[in-house]
Design a protein around this ligand. Structure first.
Ligand code: RIB
Ligand code: CA
Length: 305
């Protein structure tokens, strides 16, 4: 059965590789909405538009949303993803522009028109998601599933307590976790096990044009060696939509710290709560994840030439 997905993202190297996974899979991509995050909204949107054409994603709508957090000041991860957001990868500039309107309204209208059909995936800060929930609370009933890459029940990455997507807009994340749907949270605990090592990269053969995205971006993200490499955080979220058997999910109540001096942005996770609001990813079948990635990239490369 074809699964439909709407992805809200901040491309961003791993967002881009997640979109490449989607492009090489059987997913029905209903839309790409962009948010300020890894780099500014102008760049995450330009990257999404360039990726739509480079990855042969056809007429999938690309609609920009919020440039920054609901309450807090700007924050980015350009030091990780490069000034342009895709590391050293340089894609042909997009010919077609973004769709009209705001991402939050696009999310609402798309879900309203296709109730129960579409999995909403967020791989950046949750600002657009929070705005959509506030504008139309019924989207929590219209989604098929709501999946995020973000947070951690162990340690953060931007600081010991907080993961970047959540820390960039903790108030938005708090709204998203308490909107009334069950969040599928794919955090650093599992995504940090999804590392692109040299042996895995060597299994990605005959990438053709696709190599001009993958190689210069992943090498910029972090060195690819025999034993380690960049963690493709956001690709794990899309892989879950394609094959939900890859992850072990455990119910928990997740609340987002928004007032901690050292802990703001922490996803405080209670696996013993009688009122779980989240299915937390606690294990990833890493070998099957990489096989899915290698197969999808191989199919996509065959299409792109
Ligand atoms: O912490 C990892 C997350 O932050 C990923 O989504 C990456 O793209 C950055 O946005
Ligand atoms: Ca991201």
């Amino acid at each position: 059965m074809t699964v439909s997905m709407l992805i809200d993202c901040d491309p961003g190297i791993d967002d881009a590789l997640a979109l490449a996974l989607a492009a090489g899979s059987t997913l029905d991509l209903r839309g790409i909405t962009t948010v300020g995050g890894n780099v500014g909204l102008d760049l995450t949107t330009a990257n999404a538009l360039a990726l739509r054409e480079f990855l042969d994603l056809g007429d999938v709508p690309v609609v920009p949303g919020c440039s920054g957090a609901l309450v807090r000041g700007p924050m980015d991860a350009a030091h990780v993803h490069g000034a342009g957001g895709l590391g050293d990868a340089v894609l042909p500039q997009a010919v077609r522009g973004a769709g009209e309107g705001h991402a939050a309204d696009f999310i609402i209208s798309t879900l309203q028109d296709h109730p129960g059909e579409i999995t909403l995936v967020a791989t950046g800060p949750l600002t657009n998601i929070a705005l959509a929930v506030r504008r139309e609370p019924r989207i929590v009933d219209w989604v098929r599933d709501f999946v995020i890459m973000g947070g951690s029940y162990t340690r953060g990455n931007h600081n010991p307590a907080a993961e970047f997507n959540i820390l960039t807009d903790p108030e938005a994340a708090a709204i998203a976790f308490n909107a009334g749907w069950t969040v599928t949270q794919i955090g650093l605990d599992v995504t940090l096990t999804a590392r692109l090592t040299l042996p895995i990269l060597n299994r990605m053969r005959d990438l053709g044009r696709l190599s001009s995205l993958i190689l210069p971006s992943v090498q910029y993200y972090s060195p690819v060696t025999e034993e380690s490499g960049p963690a493709l955080h956001d690709a794990v979220a899309v892989a879950h939509v394609i094959d939900p058997t890859l992850l072990t999910l455990t119910p928990a109540e997740v609340q987002v710290e928004t007032a901690g001096h050292y802990t703001t942005g922490m996803t405080v996770t209670d696996f013993s709560s009688p009122a779980p609001n989240t299915l937390v990813a606690t294990h990833l079948d890493v070998d099957r994840f990489w096989q899915l990635m290698i197969d999808a990239y191989g199919r996509l490369a065959g299409r792109l030439g």
